[in-house]
Design a protein around this ligand. Structure first.
Ligand SMILES: [Zn+2]
Length: 478
C-alpha cells in the first residue's frame, strides 16, 4: 500500500466514522478488521482520488507564512513612491522574475525562460511527454499600482506545487507555473505581450514600432536588456505548443466589488469579455457664436456627444434589464483646446469608446446598434460621426469542463464561491484564443485595482489556491 492509498483510507475511515458517529436510525458500529479490509478494497477502487485531492488541497493552508513572505519581498523590491511599479521589461518586473526563479530553484523546481523572458517553474511529472498544465499570471504592474494584481496568480501557482511536492504527490504530467511578462497595456500600448510571444502570436512589425511610453526605447531594446531574444521571437516559432498544453489556469484578484459585497472569498470565472473599441472617434459639427446662432441653426458637436453617451447608457440599461452582459465607457471625451471657448458652440468633439460583453453575439449586436444610434444623432443634430478604425478582441471562453470541476471542488472543499464573468482582460484570454482549455479563479480584493490601496487577504488567496490544488490533484493524479 503506498502512502496515498494510506492517506485515502485514513480519510475515508474518518468520513465513515463521522457518518456512523451520528447515525439517523442505526447503532454505532465498531470498525472491525473485516470492515477495515473491505473498506480498503472499496477505497482503492472508488474513493482515493477525491479524498486524496481534499487532503492535498488542505496542505495549502500550511503555506500562509510562505505566501505572505513572497508578497512582502515583492512589495519591498518594487515599491516606487506610494505604490508598486513593476514596469514591463524594466527593473521592477525583472526583480519579480528573479525572485520567482530564485525561490523556485531553492524549492527544487526546474526553472526555464523563453525568448520573451517569461519565467517557467516546473514540477516534473511522471511522464514528461504528456501535455502539461500551466498556471500563470503576469508579474508586471501599472505605474503606482497594487501588490497583488498579477502576482497573486503566480504566488498561487507556486504555493500549489510547493504544497503538492511537500505532500509527496507526483503528477502524471508536468505542472508549470508561468510568470508572464508585459501584460499591462500602458507600457507598450499592447496587451498580453508575454503570453502572445510565448504562443508565437506576436505581429512582426511590433518590435521596432512599439516604444515604451516613459523611456522611448523600442520593445526589442527593452526585451534584449532583460535577457530576451527578439531575433528568435521574430522567427515566429512558439515556445509553447498548443498541443502540448492540457490546460491553462489563472488565479487573479477580482479587481471589482462583487465578491467583497457578497462576502465570498472566491469567484469561478465563466468567461472573459470581448471588446469592440474606437480608439480615436470624432464628432464634427460647426464652430459658431453662442449668442448669435439660434438652436435650429446649430451643428453642436458637444450636444451630439452628450446625446450619444446618454443613448449608450440607455442601451446598457436595456441590456441589463434583458439579463444580457454589457459594459462601456467613453473614457476620453474632449473639445479642441486650441479652438474651444466659453462663448463658442463647439465644432468638434474627440472621444474614445470601449464596449465589452461576455457574449459574442451581444458584442456584434451592440456594434450594429451603436452605429445606428450615431447615424440617428448625426441626422437630428446636423453633425457627422467619424468613428475611425475599430479594434476588436473576441470573447474568451472558459472550458466548460474546467468550470464544472471548479464548482464541484468548491462544493467538496466547502469554499463559498459564486460564478462570475471577467470584465477585465487577462493573459488567460490569449491562451483560450490559441485553442487551449482555460479556467480562471478570482480572489476577493478591496479598494479596486491598479492603485496602491488594492488589498487582498492571504486567507482568500489560500481559499482559491486550495481549489486550484484540488483541481491539480484530481486531474494530474496517476
Ligand atoms: Zn492583472
Amino acid at each position: 500500500m503506498d502512502q496515498w492509498t494510506a492517506i485515502a483510507i485514513a480519510a475515508a475511515l474518518s468520513v465513515w466514522q463521522i457518518a456512523y458517529a451520528n447515525p439517523p436510525c442505526t447503532s454505532p458500529l465498531p470498525v472491525t478488521s473485516e470492515i477495515a479490509s473491505s473498506m480498503t478494497s472499496r477505497v482503492e477502487s472508488h474513493l482515493p482520488r477525491l479524498n486524496t485531492a481534499t487532503v492535498l488541497a488542505d496542505a495549502v493552508l500550511e503555506q500562509e507564512t510562505f505566501a505572505a513572505s513572497l508578497f512582502d519581498a515583492l512589495r519591498e523590491g518594487t515599491t516606487r513612491g506610494r505604490g508598486i511599479c513593476r514596469d514591463a521589461y524594466g527593473e521592477g518586473e525583472s526583480f519579480a522574475h528573479r525572485l520567482l526563479a530564485k525561490t523556485a530553484r531553492d524549492l527544487g523546481f526546474l526553472v526555464d525562460h523563453d525568448a520573451a523572458a517569461n519565467t517557467y517553474v516546473t514540477m516534473a511529472g511522471h511522464d514528461r511527454r504528456r501535455p502539461r498544465v500551466i498556471i500563470g499570471s503576469h508579474l508586471d504592474s501599472v505605474w503606482d499600482g497594487g501588490n497583488f494584481d498579477g502576482a497573486a496568480g503566480v504566488v498561487a501557482g507556486l504555493i500549489a506545487i510547493k504544497a503538492l511536492k511537500e505532500s509527496g504527490f507526483q503528477p502524471r504530467c508536468d505542472i508549470t507555473v508561468m510568470g508572464i511578462r508585459a501584460e499591462e497595456s500602458i507600457w507598450f500600448s499592447t496587451t498580453f505581450f508575454g503570453s502572445s510571444a510565448a504562443l508565437g502570436k506576436v505581429r512582426p512589425e511590433i518590435w521596432e514600432k512599439k516604444t515604451r511610453v516613459d523611456t522611448g526605447k523600442t520593445l526589442a531594446e527593452h526585451l534584449r536588456a532583460c535577457g530576451g531574444d527578439p531575433d528568435r521571437l521574430r522567427s515566429g516559432e512558439p515556445y509553447l505548443n498548443q498541443a502540448q498544453i492540457a490546460a491553462f489556469l489563472e488565479v487573479h484578484i477580482e479587481q471589482g466589488p462583487v465578491l467583497e459585497a457578497e462576502k465570498l472569498p472566491v469567484g469561478i470565472v465563466t468567461g472573459i469579455r470581448g471588446n469592440w473599441r474606437l480608439p480615436a472617434a470624432r464628432i464634427i459639427g460647426k464652430y459658431d457664436h453662442c449668442g448669435g446662432v439660434p438652436r435650429a441653426y446649430r451643428h453642436d458637436s458637444v450636444v451630439a456627444g452628450a446625446d450619444f453617451i446618454h443613448a449608450l447608457d440607455e442601451l446598457w440599461r436595456e441590456w441589463d434589464a434583458a439579463g444580457k452582459d454589457m459594459a462601456f465607457t467613453g473614457g476620453k471625451f474632449y473639445t479642441d483646446p486650441q479652438q474651444h471657448a466659453l462663448t463658442k458652440i463647439s465644432g468638434e468633439v474627440s472621444f474614445s469608446l470601449d464596449v465589452r460583453s461576455l457574449d459574442a453575439q451581444s458584442l456584434a449586436q451592440l456594434e450594429e446598434r451603436i452605429h445606428a444610434i450615431a447615424n440617428a444623432i448625426a441626422a437630428r443634430r446636423r453633425v457627422q460621426f467619424e468613428l475611425g478604425a475599430a479594434t476588436r478582441a473576441p470573447v474568451a471562453a472558459v472550458a466548460p469542463a474546467i468550470r464544472a470541476s471548479f464548482e464541484a471542488g468548491a462544493a467538496q472543499l466547502g469554499i463559498p464561491a459564486r460564478l462570475i464573468g471577467s470584465g477585465a482582460s487577462h493573459d488567460a484570454a490569449a491562451f483560450a484564443q490559441a485553442g487551449i482549455p482555460m479556467g480562471m479563479l478570482f480572489v476577493r480584493n478591496a479598494h479596486g485595482s491598479h492603485n496602491p490601496l488594492e488589498h487582498m487577504e492571504i486567507a482568500d488567496l489560500l481559499a482559491a489556491t486550495r481549489l486550484l490544488t484540488w483541481w491539480l490533484a484530481t486531474h494530474c493524479a496517476e
